[in-house]
Design a protein around this ligand. Sequence first.
Ligand SMILES: Cc1cc2nc3c(=O)[nH]c(=O)nc-3n(C[C@H](O)[C@H](O)[C@H](O)COP(=O)(O)OP(=O)(O)OC[C@H]3O[C@@H](n4cnc5c(N)ncnc54)[C@H](O)[C@@H]3O)c2cc1C
Length: 452
Amino acid sequence: MSDFINSTGLLGVPTDWDSLALVRPGGEVVPDEVADPLWEQFEEALAATYRLAEELPTTQTVDVASALLATGGWEALDPVAVAIERFYIDYEYAVPAAELAVRGLAAMYRPDAAETVDYFVTDPRGFAHVVRRLLADAGIPNTASPPPNRLRLNTTVTDVAYGETGVCVTTADGRRFGADYAVSTFSVGVLQAALMTGAARPAGAITLTPPVPAAKRLAISSMKLADYVKVFARWDEPIFSETDPLFLLPTSCEDDRWIDVHNLNHAGNMLPGGANVLLLTATASYGRALTCQAANVTAAAIASIVSSIAGRPVPPPTHVTLGQWYADPLFRGAYSATPPGFGADGVPLVGRVLGFWLLWLFTVPALRARKPEKAEKSAWNVAFLGMPLLNVAAPFVSRDPALIWSADVALMVAVFVWYVVLADSGDGGGGSAKEEVKIRGWLRWLDWGSWK
Ligand SMILES: Cc1cc2nc3c(=O)[nH]c(=O)nc-3n(C[C@H](O)[C@H](O)[C@H](O)COP(=O)(O)OP(=O)(O)OC[C@H]3O[C@@H](n4cnc5c(N)ncnc54)[C@H](O)[C@@H]3O)c2cc1C
């Protein structure tokens, strides 16, 4: 982000994550002796979760972050612990740990990841400045009238027809654009809406022709664009001062709807042209509720949580602004979250196990059935006898079918190199010079291909 900020000239302030207080209802700050051990306990469990996640085979379908955190020794038993977990998980991923896959944990937050500087973007020009800057760098300084055949801004796509010969994109103004290929960067929410059929299909959803194949539909529909709502609230008077912490985390037995209150009056964080602003974050069902409830209900809820943190009555804010990401047909959600099981290989266990046993059942017998030279026959005979031993022993080391399949292939390559490639050099098994390895006695009953 710092590279991005520097390269585009976007204005922002580095986030001071240490300027943080957990606050009980009534305004009492949770003392460090209570909070610090819980932060440490959570961080240790999170580190353990990352380590465990690395060991999970790609076929693992059960990878719920909360389960792995529990395995790592974390249990959010009281409101302070709940607030800590929510600040780490819900605040970052917009879903609770029970709805998040360990595959969805960000690499940049690995305990051993390099330190980075996070920025809070305060640029009054908004992220649109980045677009204008990129266009200017590309020689298109006037975004109000960009070259009509090269670039179209504020143009809504309504239909995408694709096939062997190319793609045809239709926009809301009725224009059609043809190309060999098209790159789609619609959000997951927009794609999910495009896949919906019947009464569930939202008005204005993009039409895809032909319909997307079932496997892709299922994959896209399984992803999650979660609700993440940032509410900016402004008062005529300052609520918190520039010496108050930047992040205030409410801890309450009854109310864990808000994740944090971000004090934008904190030194250096004041928004240009406007002080007395607090930024509150809510996710999941409460985030969704905020986007459809009446403004005065939201203002009253803000007054309640801010009063609780401040330890004194605070009136409702005079202005409230929040993003309508879910309702916006161009986004249909705010934040990508990886649900448990997403991305795992969905093939049932029997099918996955069959994957590596097939080498023994078919590949090796087929190679032997070619009646190869003595040396090569020896190689496949050894592979035929060694592979079942390997397949039975390997799961004690790893249950990843892809790994076991690779071990089987490695065995085949190794015996081939030993008996055939090295045979004449005198280094290897000297297959042609030595006795042929034969399958004898009761072992012949394993040789089901010829069953003799
Ligand atoms: C409140 C909030 C806070 C966030 N905070 C952070 C943060 O602190 N750090 C961080 O890294 N990320 C944050 N994110 C996430 C970040 O903004 C997104 O991950 C990122 O913008 C996704 O980029 P994208 O290009 O994939 O999709 P988008 O930015 O959603 O781009 C998709 C584009 O497709 C366009 N589009 C959609 N439908 C059509 C159509 N029919 N026709 C034409 N165009 C269409 C949309 O207008 C949009 O411009 C936050 C998101 C939200 C909502």
